[in-house]
Design a protein around this ligand. Sequence first.
Ligand SMILES: [Zn+2]
Length: 539
Amino acid sequence: MSLLLKSAALVLTALVIGGFVFTTLNAGAQAPAPPYDLLITNARIVDGGGNPWFRSDVAIKDGRIALIGRLGPETAIRTIDAHGQILAPGFIDVHTHVESIYNQPAAENFVRMGVTTLVTGNCGSSTTEVAEFLGRSKEKPLAVNLATLIAHGSVRRKVMGLGDRAPTPEELKQMESVVEQGMKDGAVGFSTGLIYVPGTYARTDEIVSLARVAGRYGGLYATHMRNEGDKVADAIRESIQIGEQAGLPVEISHFKISNKKLWGQSPMTLGLVREARARGLAVTVDQYAYTASSTSLDSRLPAWLRAGGLDEAKKRLGDKATRERAISETKDALKRSGFKDYSFAVVASYGPDKSFNGKSIAEITKQVKKKSDVTSQIEQMLEMYEAGGAGMIYHGMGEDDVKRIMQEPFTMIASDSGVRQVDESVPHPRGYGNNARVLGRYVRELKLISLEDAIRKMTSLPAQTFGFRDRGLIREGFAADMVIFDENTIIDQATFDKPHQFPLGISYVIVNGTPVLADNQMTEARSGVALRGPGYLPQ
Ligand SMILES: [Zn+2]
């Protein structure tokens, strides 16, 4: 109380910018500093735990939430009037690919979705120099907090190249020690990408051995499974088996059913996860709010063809019989997926010919070869692969499954996106719209889940799962990562045709107590920090 009285005596200047009040202090040299750095008033707080919103002010000091309660504007250096909008914990996006974030430290596409923390190193691909990667945030500060997994594919590549074979006992030991070093350097867990080269060549026992190391250091196992289509159930069972044998929690990445014949089977796939949880294994999943996925073109081609990398694949494809075998196996895979041709497969980025971006393989084949049969489409895909490959969008999911997965209590919301360069290529819109789309479309328009539950899936659930123990909730003492948005107007604007569009309705994003988005404008602040896992041993 005495602090309140003292600061009330200070001289104050109020600036009104765009309807928001910033109160700046104009105090004499001997006047005591105001007790708080930032005060947010008139907020409806959704605290991240799933509880109904409540009205309160929030005071921030030294990057942390200092006090939640009724406070006067005279108690802080700066005040933001939320005008009754929602104040929530900053969103934690646990599934990203931002290895290049230091080239775009503002991470604007994430900030404008309300995201304040990123977990990268997913799908088997990460830095193997975790200490250096996280440490760089000191010299080159970021607008968001950053954590990483140590990834199987990158570790395997480093130790044994891109070959289609099992490791020798010596190689397995070496891989274990790279994972161990990654965990000691602050990785939050171990990831796999079992459709990619070289992860796809690993047997279950290899993954169990490496995941066990991550588990010893308190990490989790995050997996892009071996199959999300016709063998998705087997792939879920393998993920669970790895968690049970290696003794660590499992996070199934971008949980989906991307096989048209299996649309509607999400009660079965979610059931497998529920059964594992009932047995005592902590399994969670994440999801983006779209019916299309995005990954490389070559992930549609046979694994044996891709062994050793592109140069070796090109040699193989030079042999006529081998090329025919690749075409026929790819055709079989298409048949199993339930799609009749590749009109569901759209190019996001193709270096040699940018005019392909935004067009489907079926359209491109018609344009280039004047043909519309599946064999010609696969031949077109092989030619694009030989020319360096392409990033793709696959319209392969049913919305009923997307909805059912979203309603599951253990599902969190994550974008699977990288840091976007505005107007570069035609990427998946999830990197611009994911969180806003959940809050606008699935909460407000479709009333599929409540606002409070949606926020929980973006905040406390990811924080709990990935071990960010002082984030993901509006609680005194927690890091002041926050987002202010209007629940009546928030919506994604990015579409598959025009993805480079920021969402509407998010006005403030605060990272460690400092606004990085203020009144809809990016600030110069780079207040993100590196977040390190429980195995971290400072050097
Ligand atoms: Zn993935």
